[in-house]
Design a protein around this ligand. Structure first.
Ligand code: HEC
Ligand code: HEC
Length: 201
């Protein structure tokens, strides 16, 4: 390849990486009717078995829907829900839920100390990094990087997500980022940090 071809292909690769369907929150609202029974009309789900989607990053949400559809993230209910969605539908749904206000909760006082320490400082002894470094000091995540928001999420869901990463049952994390972290966490740490982020703000 000559230099021009090489630089052109780099330019195209960079361009391609940034191209994805832009979401329309209004269109997403109409498409979210099918989701409301489990995730609530505004993404504040009524039961802890259904994760809250309100205020979550749009690109993270679209990625999860694509992962459910492809089977890269396994869940029988969500695979069925995502099966008929186009890339545009996923972007629209992501934009809609990202624009909704999440209902935050309260940290169980018993988990405050252990949970906060792990979230802010990690565990140097076992090599668990501070969650804050990717998920943000207030748990809002990092939307462009697709690091999800954790604040306000039901503890039971966060706990099951961490355990799924730890066992490898959930394996849709780029570069095994979360599997590597969760594999070093104890049950006690998982419970404490899950109860901590409920009230994080
Ligand atoms: C019958 C109940 C049900 C319906 C309807 C449903 N979901 Fe879900 N959804 C779930 C469950 C259960 C999970 C948790 C899956 C897991 O633990 O991996 C989930 C997880 C998700 C997640 C992952 C959230 C995260 O934090 O990673 C997204 C995104 C999502 N659903 C979007 C949708 C959208 C969009 C629709 C409508 C097109 C929808 N869901 C319809 C039950 C449902
Ligand atoms: C190096 C960056 C990084 C660090 C540090 C990190 N995470 Fe994550 N986390 C991610 C990424 C990326 C994802 C999304 C994976 C995907 O695409 O599904 C994620 C996803 C999660 C999820 C799933 C959220 C959902 O809605 O399903 C939970 C829970 C979570 N992380 C908790 C933690 C906790 C607790 C810590 C600290 C012990 C931590 N993370 C540290 C990058 C990180």
């Amino acid at each position: 390849m000559n230099k021009l071809v090489i630089s052109l292909s780099f330019a195209l690769a960079a361009f391609g990486a940034n191209v994805h369907a832009a979401g329309d929150a209004g269109a997403g609202k109409a498409k979210s009717a099918a989701c409301a029974a489990c995730h609530g009309t505004d993404g504040n789900s009524a039961a802890p078995t259904f994760p809250k989607l309100a205020g979550q990053g749009a690109d993270y949400l679209a990625k999860q829907l694509a992962n459910f559809k492809s089977g890269e993230r396994k869940n029988a209910i969500m695979q069925g829900q995502a099966a008929g969605l186009s890339e545009q539908d996923m972007a629209d749904l992501g934009a809609y839920y990202a624009a909704q206000a999440p209902k935050l909760g309260k940290t169980n006082p018993e988990s405050l100390e252990v949970g906060e320490k792990l979230y802010r400082g990690g565990n140097a002894k076992t090599g668990v990094p501070a969650c804050m470094s990717c998920h943000g000091p207030t748990g809002v995540g990092n939307a462009p990087a697709k690091f999800p928001a954790l604040r306000g999420q039901f503890a039971a869901y966060t706990e099951s997500a961490l355990k799924a990463f730890r066992s490898g049952e959930r394996a849709n994390d780029a570069g095994q980022m979360m599997r590597n972290i969760a594999s070093k966490m104890s049950d006690g740490e998982i419970k404490a940090v899950s109860e901590y982020v409920v009230g994080l703000r």
